[in-house]
Design a protein around this ligand. Structure first.
Ligand code: NAP
Length: 458
């Protein structure tokens, strides 16, 4: 895949970039290693100051960076701006909290291990490779970089090939904030060259956010090198609606949960599983509100849904819907590629999904919702858990016992009750099953790329 900005609204290539040569990649790994040696000797207070500077620079650059996001991957500008500001807030969170999240712990009674003192401390591990997707091109990267750098590591970013300008912006952000040169750099390389970087002995671990095949490939290479990985992969999150729920609110939140970022979110609600007693009401409200979304130029402030990021992504979605319709699914809203330039797909609601349809098991990475009717909570849970994914989930109910039953039964990295899944720096984020391994964000996230060092003193 060419490393290029191709505007999804026009389909036109705006700018192409040459990949880094092997010598350039080697120089960047060397710079990262040198920066790590410096960083491990710095205090949290020093790194926090640099991190706050980076957050401030990002806030100052909000309009420029938001426009880059919109032009490179089609996110409507309002959402792009919110992504930049959320990312800056995330950096500040780690500036403020890293020291406490990584505080050493001491055994209350060290004599039980024959010591005068004994406990653990979190030490950085070195240069970490981050392979990142285009769908939240700033937030996905910074939710890795904020904690990793505050822990004292250095980062190397291999960003998706269709967001090179985002990658180049991030390439200098931390250096501009004051971090040592090399503490965080982008590598402009195709996916085929990730293996060479990961096998480099100076690279100690890796994180990948993206598709399942990419995750499996990275993990197998890392496994053969005995290197730690965190994987944040796909999802097909269930959104369960039970009779005691506030149906009007559930229907409104469902529209956002499915269609935000043009439907290209790993944690988007994708399968709407609705109790038969409220099915007709929910589906009517949901469909009316999806039909009312405005499709258009993502730079226009009033646009709700822009084009999909890539032509191949749009074609894939079109194929999934066509397969479902050919096998008997009913199109309630949308279901077509609009007759216009750009990689648009109409926001869509489908009913009558059956197990032989691709959409039943595959992730739909675009504005396509599937709605299922279920007779009881057991059926709802079986459907919710009935995919290979397990990223997040949502359940709408006002029955406390039922709420607890779903929380205990859902095989997912998160359960959101009466709300939509979102990521927060304060809460761990990650999946089970084929949605990934490990966690990002919060204490669990920052500790992933640390050496939990046991210290025993006689
Ligand atoms: P993708 O093709 O896997 O790309 C993601 C990144 O991995 C890109 O930088 C890509 O580089 C690289 N890559 C692709 N194949 C690789 C390989 N074999 N080895 C090493 N690197 C490789 O993912 P996508 O389809 O663009 O992104 C959408 C997917 O990401 C969806 O499944 C979505 O659910 C998932 N996602 C998950 C999360 C989460 O937190 N769980 C968040 C966002 C997205 P190139 O661009 O150069 O190919």
């Amino acid at each position: 895949m060419a490393i290029a900005t191709i505007n999804p609204f026009t389909g036109l290539t705006e700018q192409e970039f040459a990949a880094h040569t092997d010598a350039e990649v080697d120089a960047r790994i060397a710079a990262a290693q040198a920066a790590y040696e410096t960083m491990r000797g710095t205090t949290y207070a020093q790194r926090a100051q640099w991190m706050r500077n980076a957050a401030q620079l990002l806030e100052d650059d909000v309009e420029h960076v938001a426009r880059l996001i919109t032009i490179e991957m089609g996110r409507p500008i309002k959402g792009a701006r919110a992504e930049v500001l959320k990312s800056a807030k995330g950096l500040r969170y780690y500036a403020d909290n890293a020291e406490q999240l990584l505080a050493p712990e001491q055994l209350a009674d060290p004599s039980v291990v024959g010591a005068s003192s004994a406990g653990t401390r979190y030490a950085p591990i070195g240069v970490i490779l981050a392979v990142m997707p285009w769908n939240y091109p700033i937030w996905q990267v910074l939710r890795f970089a904020g904690p990793a750098l505050m822990a004292g590591n250095a980062g190397l970013l291999k960003h998706a090939s269709n967001v090179p300008q985002a990658a180049l912006y991030l390439d200098t952000l931390f250096e501009r904030g004051g971090f040592p040169v090399g503490a965080f750099h982008s590598l402009l390389i195709p996916a085929s060259r990730v293996e060479g970087v990961l096998r480099d002995p100076r690279v100690k671990a890796a994180t990948l956010t993206g598709s399942e095949p990419a995750g499996r490939s990275l993990a197998s290479i890392a496994g053969s090198e005995v290197k730690h990985v965190v994987l944040e992969l796909g999802g097909s999150d269930p959104f369960v609606v039970m009779p005691s729920a506030d149906i009007d609110k559930a229907a409104s939140v469902a529209v956002t949960a499915r269609n935000q970022n043009n439907g290209q979110s790993c944690i988007a609600a994708k399968r709407f599983i609705v109790h038969t007693d409220v099915y007709d009401e929910f589906t009517r409200l949901f469909s009316e509100r999806v039909a009312a979304l405005s499709l258009g130029d993502p730079l226009d402030e009033s646009t709700d849904v822009g084009p999909l990021a890539t032509e191949s992504g749009r074609d894939e979605l079109e194929g999934q819907v066509a397969d479902a319709v050919a096998k008997g699914a009913v199109v309630r809203v949308g279901g077509v590629v609009p007759d216009r330039d750009g990689w648009f797909y109409e926001p869509t609601v489908l009913e009558g999904i059956t197990p032989e349809m691709r959409l039943h098991l595959e992730e739909a990475f675009g504005p396509v919702a599937t709605v299922y009717r279920v007779a009881n909570r057991e059926e709802a849970l079986a459907l919710a858990n009935g995919t290979t994914f397990g990223l997040s989930s949502a359940v709408w109910t006002n029955d406390a016992e039922e709420e607890d039953w779903f929380i205990r039964g859902l095989d997912a990295g998160a359960v959101f009750v009466n709300g939509m899944t979102a990521s927060y720096p304060e809460l761990p984020f990650g999946g089970v099953k084929d949605s990934g391994v490990g966690r990002e964000l919060a204490a669990a996230g920052i500790r992933e790329f640390c050496n939990l060092q046991t210290v025993w003193k006689g």
